[in-house]
Structure formats: C-alpha cells, structure tokens
Ligand binder design. Structure first.
Ligand code: SF4
Ligand code: SF4
Length: 431
C-alpha cells in the first residue's frame, strides 16, 4: 500500500474506539436555532417571519450569492423568533431563525434548479470542511480551472476525530453517487479516496470491489495531513501555494485537484436538502468517543444527552476540535454546517499558562507544514507591522495551530496570526 507524508506537522494520537462504532442518530431538540451564516459566504437573508409555520426542508434563509448555499428548516414547526443578535461560536454576531418543533420531521428531497449549481444552491450544499465553502462555488471554480482530478477526503482534519471514515464505510452508496455527479459535471478523469492507513481495515473487500476505477490511497496520519493543500501534494505530487486570504476573499485552491470531504459527497449523492451532518463528539479523558448524525440547529447539549454523557461544569467544550477549535460559552450552542466536531477538555487537562518571550528556538519553524516562520509573523503582528507580516507570508498560514502547540514559551502564535489577518481585512475593507 502507498503511504506518503509531508515535512513538519505533529505525530498525535489519532482515533479511538469510536471509529469502529456505527453513527448514532440524535433526535432534534424541541427548539432549534439556525444561524444565517454557516459558511464562508455572506450571511443569508431570513425569508420567514415570526409565528410562521414551516415544513422540514423549507427555505428559511436565502444566500445573496448566485452560487452560495441557502438555509432550510431542519424540522417542521413554528418560527418563534427571527433575531439579529445571535452570536455564532466563532464570536460573530448574525441573524438566526429560531424554530419550535411541531410534528414529525421528514427528510425533504432537493428541488431541481436550472442546472447542477442551481440545484446545489437551492439544496444548501457546502463542502463540510475546515473552510466551509458553498459547494456550487467550489464546483464552479474547478470547472473554470479545468480540474480533472477529484480527491475524496475521508480523513478528519482534526486529530482524534473519525466521522469521515464512518461516513465512507456506512454511506458508500451515496458517496459513489456524489462522485458520479461531480465526475460528470467536471469531466473528471481520476478519482482518489484518501484515508488514514490505520483505519483501512474498516473498508470491506466487498466495498473495495464496488469502487470501480476509484483509487484508494492510504496515508500515514500526521497532523494536519487532511488539509487540502497537503492532500494535493501527497496524492498528485503538486505544490499548491496556500493563500487562505485575510478573510476577504472566498475561493478554493482547487487548481490542480478538487478536494471534497467524503460527507459532502454523501450529502450530494443522497439528493436531500442539506439540514444535517455527521460529527465526532469526543472528550480528552476517553469517556466519550462517538460519531453522531445531527440536524443543523440542534443544541450541543442534546448530543451529549443522547450519548448519556454527564458534562462536568468545569470542563471546557471546544467547537471544532482540539487543534483549531474555539471554546463554547454555552452548551446550548447549535450545530452548524461549519462545525467539524465537539471536543470536551476535562478540567485535569486544562493548563493555565502565561506567554513568555520568544527564545528563538526555531521549533515553530520546524513544525510548520506551510514552511513559514511563525515567530516572525507573530512578532510583526504584535508590533502592528502588518506589511512586514505580509512579507513573511501571513496569508499562507492555514491555521493548523502546530506552532502554538510546540512553542516552549507558550506564545499564542496562531491567535496573533488570526488577529493579523483580521486587522488586514479591516484595513482593506476601508479602502
Ligand atoms: S504558521 Fe500557520 S500553518 Fe504554520 S504551523 Fe503555525 S498555524 Fe500552522
Ligand atoms: S517556538 Fe516559540 S520560542 Fe521557539 S522560536 Fe517559535 S515562537 Fe520563539
């Protein structure tokens, strides 16, 4: 079997027993909250009013972009509020539609638009990845760039998570239907499915026989191998310059190969309106390790309750994952399309540390998979020298957090980098 790797990164423990257990369906809560921005596109416009009755799958938020992703009611019920002051787990304020569930929730099939991109716009499909880009935008860009290779990513971006291998093995039929749709639309010549070589045993011989000419590529897991840029390099041998922009441009880097997560393809192949996703819920002490299928808008609390998990009030809930996630203030926060998973940090694993001074040890440079000099970027941002930070390629940081993880002086390098990107975005917005 073929295994490849990359320079830098971290060898972290990967998945636990949850990767071998079936996905657990979580019943939707009595009340669901649907934030109007769940991807890198602009906020959707709510198209429902307070007290209005809606059916599951009905349009409730319309994207202003031609190739954006709309939002739909995850449950049937009544709109009890349309607020403009919801705070998303990223800290951004936005509108949200709050629904009280009433009656059974039937899965709605996607309406046909004028073409595939129109159907995906109406169906609200996004690429369920770290950078959650509306799927019509990704496919449109891939078409413009004449991309002819598709990489199906069945490796979770965050360590400890295993939702994607579960989707691959439990929903292969839908995944293959999704691959066929993309293949026909883009005239794709070669398709690869990448997965963690340690989990290869979960794919049965019968499933391998059903893959046809799709090539399985087992990869040696080293964090953050599952990031698109590193996958293109690993599978196609092509260097892609990562330019995650200063939060002002939304585009993918699918120039040499289109990378889509396996759950995106399962969602595409199912032809259902996109109102649910599969995520991992895991804690740092090993008491919790499950993959769950959950409706968008369901509170995190409901997932923990379904998994019979007693949350210690002194634990910390991290939305997204242990390396790139953000602490949640409230367990009632809803699941959104851009939530990769839930990681609960036990109080015994919460370390309070004060940042020290950079001792120029170079560890952050050695570990950076993007081959940057994190201490120089961070130092420039700290001194508000944003032009200097740009010279050190701040935009090329894909925010994996490896530099922060290894820094012996506990310098929050990634936070400085993210702050720098935000400040540059603000400056450009004023021009
Ligand atoms: S500078 Fe960016 S890409 Fe490099 S290790 Fe730090 S977070 Fe990762
Ligand atoms: S790892 Fe920390 S102390 Fe070492 S060079 Fe980087 S920022 Fe400085």
């Amino acid at each position: 079997m073929n295994t490849v790797s990359f320079k830098g990164g971290l060898k972290l423990p990967v998945t636990g027993p949850g990767s071998g257990r079936p996905i657990i369906p979580v019943p939707p809560g009595e009340q669901v909250v649907v934030p109007m921005k769940q991807d890198l596109g602009p906020e959707c416009e709510p198209v429902v009013k307070k007290k209005q009755m809606v059916q599951a799958g009905e349009l409730i938020g319309k994207s202003p972009l031609e190739h954006g992703a709309c939002l739909h009611a995850p449950v049937s019920g009544k709109v009890i509020n349309v607020t403009k002051s919801f705070i998303h787990f990223s800290g951004k304020r936005m509108s949200a539609v709050i629904l009280a569930k009433d009656g059974p929730t039937n899965k709605a099939r996607r309406a046909d638009g004028d073409d595939l991109l129109g159907s995906l716009f109406l169906g609200g499909l996004v690429d369920f990845d770290k950078d959650t880009v509306p799927l019509p935008i990704k496919l449109d860009e891939a078409k413009l760039n004449h991309v002819d290779s598709l990489i199906v990513n069945a490796m979770d971006v965050e360590p400890f998570f295993s939702s994607r291998i579960r989707v691959l093995t439990e929903r292969l039929h839908d995944v293959l239907a999704g691959i066929k749709t993309v293949r026909d639309f883009l005239n794709i010549k070669q398709v690869f499915i990448v997965f963690d070589q340690e989990l290869g045993g979960l794919i049965s011989d019968h499933q391998i026989r059903n893959l046809g000419d799709v090539i399985l590529v087992p990869l040696k897991y080293k964090y953050p191998q599952a990031i698109d840029y590193l996958l293109v390099k690993a599978v196609l041998g092509k260097e892609v310059m990562c330019t995650i922009p200063c939060r002002d441009i939304m585009h993918s880097q699918d120039i040499d190969g289109l990378v889509l997560s396996v759950d995106t393809l399962a969602s595409l192949g199912s032809r259902l309106i996109s109102t649910e996703r599969v995520i991992t819920v895991r804690d740092s002490s090993g008491r919790l390790d499950e993959n769950v299928q959950v409706q968008i808008g369901t509170p995190v609390n409901k997932i923990l309750e379904t998994c019979s998990y007693q949350l210690d009030p002194e634990s910390r809930i991290v939305a997204g994952g242990p390396m790139m996630g953000q602490t949640l203030a409230d367990p009632m926060m809803p699941v959104t399309k851009d939530l990769q998973g839930i990681f609960i940090l036990d109080k015994k694993h919460i370390i309070q540390s004060q940042p020290g001074t950079c001792i120029k040890c170079g560890l952050c440079v050695d570990v950076c998979p993007a081959r940057l000099m994190p201490f120089m970027i961070s130092g420039s941002v700290e001194n508000a020298e944003y032009d200097q930070a740009q010279k050190y390629q701040l935009s090329s940081c894909f925010e994996c957090g490896c530099c922060t993880y290894v820094c012996p002086s506990n310098i929050p390098l990634l936070h400085w980098i993210q702050f720098g990107k935000f400040e540059i975005f603000k400056q450009r917005s004023k021009l």
